[in-house]
Design a protein around this ligand. Structure first.
Ligand SMILES: NC(=O)c1ccc[n+]([C@@H]2O[C@H](COP(=O)([O-])OP(=O)(O)OC[C@H]3O[C@@H](n4cnc5c(N)ncnc54)[C@H](O)[C@@H]3O)[C@@H](O)[C@H]2O)c1
Length: 360
């Protein structure tokens, strides 16, 4: 079957999503396809479980989904994939700090080298399309200079302004851990290509994103991981004291932000934005455990271990720069989002068990 033509004046050129079978990529792909637009997924399916996302996308939106199974490091395949794209979202990455410490070279080759490959493929085009790249809050390091105090089950900044607003883009960069270095390097390359070559590119420095289609593990995606462990009735290991605070952002709100970034690329090009749930959507690990207890009617089993390298006691994004530029704001509260993800995991439990994501 031929792809549907939007028939409403919209371009029929595909939206390229590199890493499009992953958690964020598949959610964006579904959103784009629901709007009647074509998506091109470029992914090597190296993340366990993401083939299920791809199968779901093809089932739901078959004719609109063009799939390229390839590694971001395969230059000619990537060059072919960017040709004709209306916009490019680059999500493919080695995503875990822990793995980066074990395999720093591979982490660098995928995250830094792979991103340079994307930029070079775009630079070669006569009219490069908008590029949105997902960086991380880890580019700001461990934030050791920010005084914190314990308030019940969470760390909290002593400084009232920081407490009220979160961390903005003026925060100095400080790359920690190989993952922080490789993503930070990529982040800087994207911004530089916007300056040096005029690429219409922008960077999201993201806090914790969560939602359906996330196959969280102990190494990455802690909200989904905690829920999966609770459903498996297996113990959850907390590294550190569990009072670490993050601003969590439900994936639908992120998808909204990604689309706004593409649509407003003229104003956003060459800029990096801190993106997360912001001050109104924060949760500590201990607070998430409490929510899980309420959802399930009993407390999950918990074990404590030492702090992990590069872990921040407190990270909350100040998203006001992006909000001002695009009128975006997160709409889903942590409680509603966590209930939605929990419901999805329970509903998918048998399918996820077959895929080895959940141990039933
Ligand atoms: N999820 C979060 O909380 C979060 C936070 C900050 C930043 N990020 C960044 O957002 C992006 C997407 O994250 P996600 O949670 O969707 O991760 P994910 O692992 O679900 O998705 C990444 C996708 O990239 C693919 N991939 C990995 N290496 C590849 C390679 N060499 N070639 C081609 N494809 C490859 C994987 O198979 C996977 O489908 C990543 O760049 C990540 O660093 C995510």
């Amino acid at each position: 079957m031929m792809p549907r033509n939007p028939g409403n004046g919209m371009s029929d050129r595909p939206i390229l999503i590199i890493g499009g079978a992953g958690f964020i990529g598949s959610n964006l792909a579904a959103h784009v396809a629901r709007g009647g637009r074509r998506v091109r997924i470029y992914d090597d399916l190296s993340r366990p479980g993401v083939d299920r996302n791809l199968a779901w996308l093809k089932r739901e939106h078959g004719p609109l989904v063009d799939v390229r199974i390839a590694d971001i490091r395969e230059r000619t395949k990537l060059e072919s994939a960017v040709r004709g794209a209306e916009a490019v979202f680059h999500f493919a990455a080695q995503t875990a700090v822990t793995t980066s410490l074990v395999e720093p070279r591979q982490d660098f080759e995928i995250n830094a080298g792979g991103t340079l490959q994307v930029l070079e493929a775009l630079r070669a085009l006569d009219q490069p399309p908008p590029l949105v790249f997902t960086s991380t809050n880890k580019v700001y390091g461990c934030l050791p200079d920010l005084p914190m105090r314990i308030e019940g089950r969470r760390w909290s900044p002593v400084d009232d302004v920081l407490f009220a607003r979160g961390i903005d883009e003026r925060r100095p960069l400080e790359f920690r851990t190989p993952y922080g270095c490789s993503k930070g390097c990529a982040d800087q390359y994207v911004l530089d290509y916007a300056q040096s070559y005029g690429l219409p590119a922008t960077v999201f420095r993201m806090s914790c994103i969560y939602g359906p289609r996330q196959f969280g593990t102990e190494d990455q995606g802690w909200v989904a991981h905690f829920l999966i462990r609770a459903i498996e009735e297996a113990p959850i290991t907390i590294y550190g004291d569990g009072r670490q605070v993050r601003d969590i952002l439900f994936v639908d709100d992120l998808v909204d932000a990604l689309v706004r970034a593409w649509r407003n690329i003229g104003a956003l090009r060459g800029r990096a934005f801190n993106i997360g749930g912001g001050c109104r959507n924060t949760v500590s690990l201990l607070e998430l455990l409490e929510m899980i207890s309420q959802l399930r009617g009993r407390a999950p089993e918990v074990a404590f271990e030492g702090w992990r390298a590069g872990d921040q006691r407190y990270y909350v994004s100040d998203t006001s720069a992006f909000a001002q530029a695009t009128a975006w704001r997160p709409r889903v509260s942590p409680r509603a989002g966590i209930e939605a993800l929990y419901g999805w995991l329970v509903e998918q439990r048998h399918a996820l068990a077959l895929a080895g994501v959940i141990h039933a």
